[in-house]
Write a protein that binds this ligand. Sequence first.
Ligand code: HXC
Length: 543
Amino acid sequence: MSPTSRQTDLREPAPGEVEQEDTPAVPPRSMGLLRERHDRLRGRITEGSRPAVERQRALGKRTARERLDLLLDEDSFTEIDMYRRHQAADLGMGERRPHTDGVVAGSGTIDGRRVFVYAQDFTIFGGSLGHAHAAKIHKVMDLAIATGAPLIGLNDSGGARIQEGVMSLDGYGGIFRRNVQASGVIPQISVILGPCAGGAAYSPALADFTFMVRDTARMYLTGPDVVEAVSGRRVTHDELGGAEVHGGRSGVATFVHDDEESALEDVRYLLSLLPSNNLEPPPALPPCQATTDHRPAFAEIVPVEPNRPYDIRSVVAELVDDGEFLELQENWAQNVVCALARVDGEVVGLVGNQPMVLAGVLDVAASQKAARFVRFCDAFGIPLVTLVDVPGFLPGPDQEHAGIIRHGAKLLYAYCEASVPRVQVILRKAYGGAYIVMDSRSIGCDLSLAWPTNEIAVMGAQGAVNVIFRKELAAATDPAELAAELVTEYSERLMHPHYAAERGLVDDVIDPAETRAVVARGLAMLRNKRQTPPQRKHGNIPL
Ligand code: HXC
């Protein structure tokens, strides 16, 4: 160590040179001295550089360690690679080799269950990802996969560490490869608590769930400066990739929060609903007599008139234990609702058409949203309950040109492939292709339930009559009267749920008040379902 660097002891270390001067130059002569030096070094590493920490706070952000304290059970964190430093020498890097290399990595517990975590530390090189930083993340990812424990990444980073050139990119590639290896094996959660720019955004994109915090989190492939240089258009960081944008328009964020505390609290809640890996069952609570529950409210929530809107989330709340559920992507593709909850203590994934938004039609975004959710649930053994009230796919050139055929096929594919227990509840109407896609018997649901007031058909009665009896209606002296007669006849003959039930497409026509009880009994009946898929490398989902 040079005399110059030794002098840095006398001043506040600058960001990125936190404890370099503490590396022992002379072997310690006693255990006491060794321990003292070691404690001092650890203290400096964990405290970090005061000005950089103050700047982090001024930005409205917590430090990496404070975030881990909030996320994990008290005193449960075991850190690994605290002393790791980069080996780069170019562009002055040889003079700045802070321990941790800008990421705090290790393992802890949440509600007593093991998780692996890394938290990028913006106070060191802006949390940028160099080779050592990446290697630490690789290590926790490998351990998470090997031990079958969820992985949580807290992201706050300027992206690839520019001074380390292609080695940073190599580090990212290693993360992405592991994200994919872990996919469907362990739950992967990304929490964005600062910048997440460039290729860095692809790790959250490959994860199962992405949390973002308003005002501080931002994700984009190219920042505002590049956008302006290329297109001449000026945009703010938030307009380009803030939490609202990704929660409401792109669908990149699964959850959006006002602050770091509530985001990290919800990570804990989310994990309480997930198994630790694909070989474990989801964490169940004791049953709560759902199988005998009588809920008259169902019939009050869902109007009989097929076109009257209502909030499907009220049905979900009535169906699940304690009315409690965790909705995913609540501000994106709101015409379909995806949620995790419990029924009689068992975790389920709920997919429901939302008649309050676009009358609950399926469109490009809704198909993508529901498809990804169905695949997640299937990968992690979470039974599916599908609440159907769907008038069809959204018609029109916009949707056709945006590829509704391709995107609708994703949802179809996801359901057809799902081997978890699958219960379909038709609440009011189920028309055409959308009926098939919403987990109909024909694509493999295990238990299909319908309310007596249901309309299940190729299309609504009025539309059907207009097509089939066009000539007769044109020739009629009173077309309106004839149409009304034909609509009644069509409805009574073809749309009644007993028409489907007589043909085995609906297993039971139930009193709405018994919905929770029958669903709970159905899930219990299906609990040990085992279905082995045919041998193949993998299918070719229409991505
Ligand atoms: C090295 C970086 C860095 C980076 C920030 N820092 N980003 N160091 N590599 N990528 C350093 C800064 O030099 C500074 O160091 C400290 O972190 C804090 O940064 P500030 O700029 O002072 O902070 P702030 O004003 O809050 O701005 C944050 C920021 C900005 C918006 C993230 O730093 C920024 O635009 N950084 C560059 C982002 C970027 O272009 N990254 C590469 C993306 S491409 P000092 O020493 O002054 O404290 C990419 C490709 C990956 O990631 C591809 C993977 C497939």
